[in-house]
Design a binder for this molecule. Structure first.
Ligand SMILES: [Mn+2]
Length: 442
């Protein structure tokens, strides 16, 4: 028996940090309607399983209803049934969409937070039982597994799968927290989970837990990077195998360009483009449909070019619209310049001068937390300053969801501090170099 599984499609969302046209051409709705459906039909699967957050909370019903109806109808004409559970985003819309879809084409399991099972016979004569549980509201603080009916050992189905939207071993208490141990203790050999967008799988005893992830990354965050796409499952009695079909058209990544004493803008352009080409070729071999990459670019190593000069060169990429390398469009969604003039860091660490204070702060900011009390104070101070001076500024205070200082990503605050420390160190270094130059001439 063959299944196609995916999760967290978030119909209604658009991928961010790509041009508007790209976002429209590669929206989750388009991915589902075209790529996921095509894969299901081409691979002749028996069913498609959706592990929740199929629809995004913000734009839910109206964009989603038409798309999902089309999709399940098309699949059902090919004798493919769609099974879904609701997640925290679509707890209130999925079953009403199912009610309007052609009879039997979309089955939402476990509505109202009540476990429900369904049987499916495959083209190969195999028998599958799917257990599912849907979010009854936006927040669920208890593990849904507390009410799992169990008794699967005595089942007559040749294979049993669990379908659930949940936060595995995480610290988000309000999104159906579950432990890997609990999943393994159900005796269900294969769990398909939704909620985390990054694909992952792990085994605990005889249980396999798969987060298929979203069919495409939606923003530059670390949880959206890497290859995405639905997964193909092959079930044969109690044996199963799985592979990801990396169909995503957009890929989000972080790319570090390490400079080795680069002195000219031309050399910098060459280095950036060479590094990007290498990476893009790797990604293309992994993802045949790759059309766009949105990268967070880190410039490291050593250069005599100033921050502004480096930013100017990289700015050419974004100003020219899209850069095309190896047939793939590239967008720089964020630039971090962590390159220095050829500074003798080791010598500076042993001085008692302003530059050496900066080097020591930078050493800490670039290492793992926890920080010393001094550096921690810098971080929290900047965080609250950004909140009071920017977030609460008169011009912005009416914007919804302004949040609190804690919502200002700590990582972002640390990045800002590092950038400022580097810029200041570079300036002090240059000042010292020109002083030494002047003294020599006297
Ligand atoms: Mn979710």
């Amino acid at each position: 028996m063959r299944l196609l599984v995916t999760a967290d499609i978030h119909i209604g969302c658009r991928p961010t940090e790509v041009p508007a046209q790209t976002a429209a051409n590669c929206s989750p709705a388009v991915m589902l309607r075209e790529d996921v459906v095509k894969a299901a039909v081409d691979r002749e699967v028996d069913a498609v399983l959706l592990a929740g957050d199929v629809v995004d909370q913000q734009n839910k019903y109206f964009e989603a209803v038409g798309v999902l109806e089309q999709v399940v109808e098309k699949l059902s004409r090919e004798n493919i049934v769609t099974f879904a559970v609701a997640g925290n985003h679509d707890h209130d819309v999925l079953s009403s969409i199912a009610a309007n879809a052609p009879t039997g084409s979309l089955k939402v399991l476990g509505t109202g937070g009540q476990w429900e099972s369904c049987s499916l016979s495959g083209r190969d004569g195999g028998n599958l039982k799917i257990w599912g549980w849907s979010f009854p509201g936006e927040h669920v603080e208890e593990s849904p597994l507390e009410s799992f009916p169990g008794g699967t050992a005595a089942d007559d189905a040749s294979c049993v799968i669990g379908l659930l939207h949940a936060d595995l071993d995480g610290n988000e208490r309000s999104y159906a927290p579950v432990q890997g141990r609990e999943l393994a203790d159900t005796g269900v050999p294969l769990w398909i989970l939704g909620h985390l967008h990054k694909p992952s799988r792990r085994n605990i005893d005889h249980t396999c837990i798969l987060y298929p992830g979203s069919p495409q990354g939606l923003d530059p965050g670390p949880g959206e990077r890497g290859p995405h796409g639905p997964w193909l499952l092959e079930l044969d009695d109690s044996e199963f195998s799985m592979e990801q079909l990396p169909l995503a058209r957009i890929r989000y990544e972080e790319v570090a360009v390490v400079l080795d004493n680069v002195q000219t803008a031309e050399k910098l352009r060459e280095e950036v483009s060479r590094t990007l080409r290498d990476r893009i070729n790797d990604w293309k071999s992994e993802m045949p449909a790759l059309a766009f990459v949105s990268v967070r670019l880190l410039i490291e190593g050593s250069t005599t070019l100033s921050q502004e000069e480096v930013r100017g060169v990289i700015g050419e990429i974004s100003e020219s619209g899209a850069m095309v390398l190896e047939g793939v469009e590239v967008f720089v969604n964020q630039l971090q310049v962590a390159a220095y003039p050829p500074i003798d860091f080791e010598a500076l660490r042993h001085e008692q001068t302003p530059p050496s204070v900066l080097v020591n702060i930078l050493d800490e900011l670039e290492a793992d937390e926890p920080f010393s009390a001094e550096v921690e104070a810098l971080v929290t101070n900047l965080q609250s300053r950004l909140y009071s001076d920017v977030y609460q500024a008169g011009a912005f205070f009416q914007l919804p969801d302004a949040g609190s200082p804690e919502d200002l990503g700590r990582e972002d605050v640390i990045i800002r501090l590092r950038n400022q420390a580097r810029a200041l160190l570079t300036a002090l270094w240059k000042q010292r170099a020109s002083q030494q130059e002047a003294e020599k001439k006297q």
